[in-house]
Design a protein around this ligand. Sequence first.
Ligand code: NAD
Length: 487
Amino acid sequence: MDQFDPARVAVRTGHFIGGDYVDEGGRRIDVARPSDGVMYASVPVADAAMIDRAVEDAWRAFKTSGWASMAPRERAKILRRFADLVAADVETLAPLESLGSTRPIRDASNWDVPFTAEGIRFYAEFADKLGGDVAATDHDHLGMTIAEPYGVIGAIAPWNFPLVMASWKIAPALAAGNAVVLKPSEMTPFSVLRLAELAVLAGVPKGIFNVVQGDGRTTGDALVRHPKISKVTFTGSTRTGAAIMAACAGSGTKPVTLELGGKSPQIVFADAPHLDDVARRIAGAISGNAGQVCVAGSRLLVERALAEPLAERIQKVFSELKAGHTWSAGTTLAPIISEPQTARIESIVGRTVAAGATLQCGGTREGASYRPTLLTDVTPSSEAVREEIFGPVLTLQTFDTEAEALELAQHPEYGLAAGVHTADLGRALRFVRGLEAGTVWVNRYGRSADFMIPTGGYKRSGIGKDLGRQAYEANLRFKSVLIDLRQ
Ligand code: NAD
């Protein structure tokens, strides 16, 4: 799909609890379209009583619906049907996603929706692959571990890829036999409601996949503290992740998976093959979704000899990006999610320039977008180099030696991802070993469609993994059994 008429998108709002829409009034949050700031709908804010209703309902469904106890291949069949329904629903889901988020419609229909469907299918295939282990014991005993679902998982998602981020939480949780209560971001609350409807249509029992709406302080906090939430999985900022971890510790020491912020380096050596391709990759890694990507490659470290030709090429790629509404044909530069976020980007760039950086390009608004920006003459202590900006702002630092490049690459707090571009395999592998990052890409930047490769951060970029086998295992707990065979 190339474009759509925003006036024709039907938006259902409310919570989705026990297989039905629930909206009982009370405080509401107005929701704006990032493309033009127009308020187009509102959501109710779930208070502690509504959270209690949702979690109790999910708990009841977990205990009584048969979801956890059914033959795993049956569960897999239902989830495959769910994936098929999501893929087939692109005409509804993609405009809904695009209208309320920063995702241009071409991206939403060619990537977000199919990728969400495929992620659900990937975890459906896990449903009967991991039942536990038999332990090596003496012959008088039989020892084993049995994999069991936790019960009700509390999932909290960010706004930058509303469907995809939510699917990384719900798909492994459901495949492992859990019930889920999901809180999307209050800025992008609607597309996951359609996802929950489709789950019920596919045969996921009512109450197994629930959505609650609201802000972090009221709704998110009540969700993670609820005593019947057995595990929390969160994607969002490092600051919120820390608050959630504290809330989990204070409400029953719940396990928690945290996918948090980043400030990822892209390291380019002078021998990197195909400079035009490298420039396109580097530019794409900071301008995709307008840099509103956790793994955005926001710090370019380049061997001195290559700095000028590379910077020129990157600026050319930036200049070709076309700002526009997410629903308009040809938009390739996403809008920024909100006015306060645009103002924040502007102020960080402004302060960094005032402190001595040179603005090579960008630094201006265009409609609801922020033009991709390249800053040079920065140091490790420059604000734009230190802070996660979550916008299309690339800083460029040069290096002369491998050791210097590695030192510049390590961020004092974050360790989410990194890219190394070089023709020298030994050097690439030395960086793979040396970089403190949860993911290292060599001669590419960004995830592939290989769901088996997990994602997650080192240091303050997170705890645990999304995707891969690890995310499935993280939705299971393991019971140890030891049987004395002599009795
Ligand atoms: P955020 O932390 O502001 O909000 C994320 C979610 O947490 C929202 O649903 C929000 O309502 C909720 N929340 C806020 N305070 C809460 C609280 N006290 N208790 C419970 N829930 C609370 O993040 P954001 O602005 O939505 O997303 C951007 C951030 O997410 C960036 O830092 C980005 O790097 C990170 N992110 C990380 C990954 C990853 O895989 N590591 C992926 C996407 C985004």
